[in-house]
Design a protein around this ligand. Structure first.
Ligand code: AMP
Ligand code: ZN
Length: 114
């Protein structure tokens, strides 16, 4: 079994509150939300970080963005707005090394982020 936390969520070995599920990616609620609404969208296939992304991952990464944006729209966040963000490596605070796109919404989000 994979020792990657998010691969284990994809396989169902670790439970998560799924909000999206398709052939390429899954979305689930963040366990430690940083906004009233905080979901993560991850590829089913393991990709440690954006440092490992290649041109072959274009479709997959575009798919993640569109799935997260559709979810935000469906949740009613189009008009007030929301943030899609990915952290890469130490300086950005990446803690789980399986690519994940954060969808944060439901409050005024500061810019620039800390
Ligand atoms: P990052 O700092 O960008 O690597 O974000 C990792 C995110 O994964 C954090 O927001 C965590 O709260 C979240 N997280 C860690 N473990 C779980 C889990 N078991 N289920 C849902 N979210 C998780
Ligand atoms: Zn993984």
């Amino acid at each position: 079994m994979s020792d990657c936390l998010f691969c284990r969520i994809v396989s169902g070995a670790i439970p998560a509150k799924l909000v999206h599920d398709d052939a390429l990616c899954v979305g689930f609620l963040d366990i430690n939300p940083q906004a009233p609404h905080h979901a993560l969208f991850i590829p089913r296939r393991h990709l440690a970080s954006m440092n490992e992304a290649t041109p072959e991952d274009r479709e997959l990464l575009g798919h993640l963005m569109v799935a997260a944006a559709k979810y935000a729209r469906d949740q009613g966040f189009s008009e007030p707005g929301y943030r899609l963000v990915m952290n890469t490596n130490r300086d950005a605070g990446q803690t789980v090394f399986h690519v994940h796109l954060h969808m944060l919404a439901g409050r005024q989000l500061a810019w620039p982020p800390g």
